[in-house]
Write a protein that binds this ligand. Sequence first.
Ligand code: ZN
Length: 289
Amino acid sequence: MYALLLAALTVVLAGAAPRAMSRLVRFRRAPRPALVAWQAVSLSAVLAALCAAPAAVPYLNETTQRWLVFAIAGAVTLIVLGRLLLSGHRIGTRLRAARARHRELVDVLAAPTSLSSQVEGRADGIRVLDHATPTAYCLPGRRSRVVLTQGALAALPDDELEAVLAHERAHLRGRHDLLIEYFTVLHHSVPNPVRSPEALGEVRLLVEALADRAAVRQSGPVTTARALMTLAQGQAPEAGLGAGGDGTTAARMRLLAAEPLPSLTVALMYAYAAAVLILPLALLGLAWQ
Ligand SMILES: [Zn+2]
């Protein structure tokens, strides 16, 4: 029965697959295709759940057994859809409110006069907080901000500061916040026994690795690594995306030094993403044949 296959596929893609994928640390060396594969797996899990009930429809007839299958598949579809909508609404509202509050606070605390000559004139949207801990993070959204502390400005030489700014701007430009929000919503909509906390952690790391690549392009791997070390003691707020200090520094340092993956491996990663995404639709197609 394709409906039951799709229901089983949902469970595998939401639980077992992320757990297995987070152990394949080799693929972190290609953060972009790795993120595409993570998105494909999570989207495919949702698709499989949404297709489960429709896949049971062509088999409906008088036998109770088949109605039972439809009931199971329908329950999977409805539960996943309901939980997705609810968790999407809750997390989205909470995150946007927290971010808006934080941005207001930063704008009040970082008076224009506190803007150091180091960052003055570089770009609008940079705010400097009078705090000794070296921290850098960005607040994404329509009125985005890059927030630095005086401690960061004091500790970072010019080239490392450029690396940090390139890292934060990569987050803002790539709207990495939306990607993390999407995975957070999915994470909370999956029921606890199936949920895999590894997925969210891995996606966060990959997003940082992706932004680090922009920093490396700007300032080179050694300077970027030095900047990461300096910022490792700081901490970004939940509403922002940091440049260091989230406990991933060691893993990111290793990635800075690692060789990139061969292009054949990268091509296979994209092929895997495409295959995973097509699978639930193919099963639905077969059910309706
Ligand atoms: Zn970052």
